[in-house]
Design a protein around this ligand. Structure first.
Ligand code: AMP
Ligand code: TRP
Length: 346
């Protein structure tokens, strides 16, 4: 795909957009790879829009009542992690119809060959590719619509979403090229920090995921202090102590993962963590990591519990956020329809 002019984003207000699926327990991976960084962007004074992508969640089966509960719980996790609904726009995707509408239009821009290269689809569909929903296949084009209907220029995500943001750039470039416009920006994935890919605590080659059948593989944001400590104590590692220098983590994915988690939670570099703990055994490092994780996560889960006690208030916050989001998204959708030659006469 030919790329956009290098300075295309200079035409657009800097704006951050990101989303998380409300499809179950949020994990430490979501917190370090996404939520914590979402709050940092907001605190830098950039315009920030954060979305609970319920339309994405239903690409696989969701019990209706559970989906509602998980959406509220995810909203509570955002707020408890420092996202302030007065300074960021926080809402659930299905309340802003521009996402689905632009999603359709971009389905007609994206090429099947591009979709076939999406590794997340291949991983999720596995041998079942004939049986999964059509939505699961089209999902990256909806994600492009999420981003582009706000003309967002920056997308903070974990490593696993990089390919989808790159697809978004290809879709934007093709749209601009085909219609001879400079209408959509070229959003940049922001993949920063020590924990862009937090790995499973049971298997250092697998991503920590809310859908892993083993609960011991992840730290849930709702886990209590004892559970967090136990999971870190039992985390699978090799027997060697921590290396004296960062290069010594080469070929030791489990050790690297725990060092990265410590670094991200403490706001340190992995190098500095090795500076402090190099040469120490797991009997020292694991309890230190557990204490740090409890200190950082306990206030979040307490605040989530407080917010979840008043679901009506969460719904009000999401409704207000959706109205603000709609005010940005709808005009961009209208302009897109106009560029494509659809009559707007209502
Ligand atoms: P998901 O849970 O797939 O909806 O992901 C929501 C956000 O969290 C995305 O930005 C992901 O990249 C990020 N994320 C999910 N799991 C991890 C992980 N294990 N490590 C780092 N980031 C993650
Ligand atoms: N696909 C993302 C995930 O599974 C969630 C998502 C949907 C998203 N739309 C987005 C992330 C737009 C960033 C921007 O994690």
């Amino acid at each position: 795909m030919t790329d956009q002019p290098a300075d295309i984003n200079a035409k657009f207000t800097p704006r951050v957009f990101s989303g998380i699926q409300p499809s179950g327990n949020l994990t430490l991976g979501n917190y370090l790879g996404a939520l914590k960084r979402f709050a940092e962007k907001q605190d830098q004074g950039i315009e920030t829009i954060y979305c609970l992508v319920d339309l994405h969640a239903v690409t696989v089966w969701q019990e209706p009542e559970a989906l509602k509960r998980q959406t509220r719980e995810a909203a509570a996790a955002f707020i408890a992690s420092g996202i302030d609904p007065d300074r960021s726009i926080l809402f659930n995707q299905s309340q802003v119809s521009a996402h689905a509408e632009l999603g359709w239009l971009l389905n007609c821009v994206a090429r099947v060959g591009w979709m076939n290269r999406m590794t997340q689809f291949k991983d999720k569909a596995g041998k079942n590719a004939e049986k999964v929903s059509l939505g699961l296949y089209a999902y990256p084009a909806l994600m492009a619509a999420d981003i582009l209907t706000y003309h967002a220029t920056m997308v903070p995500v974990g490593e696993d979403q990089k390919q989808h943001v790159e697809l978004t750039r290809d879709i934007a470039a093709k749209f601009n090229h085909d219609y001879g416009v400079e209408f959509f920006p070229s959003p940049a994935p922001l993949i920063e920090g020590a924990a862009t890919r937090v790995m499973s605590l049971r298997d250092g080659s697998k991503k920590m995921s809310k859908s892993d059948p083993s609960d011991a593989s992840r730290i849930n944001l709702t886990d209590d202090a004892d559970t967090i400590a136990k999971k870190f104590r039992k985390a699978v590692t090799d027997p060697a102590p921590l290396p004296e220098a960062i290069e010594g983590l080469e070929g030791r994915p489990e050790a690297r993962n725990l060092v990265n988690i410590y670094a991200a939670l403490a706001g340190m570099t992995p190098d500095a963590v090795i500076g402090e703990y190099g040469g120490q055994g797991w009997g020292v490092f694991k309890p230190a990591l557990a204490d740090l994780a409890v200190a950082k996560l306990a206030p979040i889960s307490t605040e989530m519990g407080r917010l979840m006690a008043d679901p009506a208030e969460i719904d009000r916050i999401l409704g207000k956020g959706a109205a603000k989001a709609d005010a940005i998204a709808q005009p961009i959708l209208e302009q897109t329809l106009d560029i494509m030659g659809m009559i707007r006469s209502r």
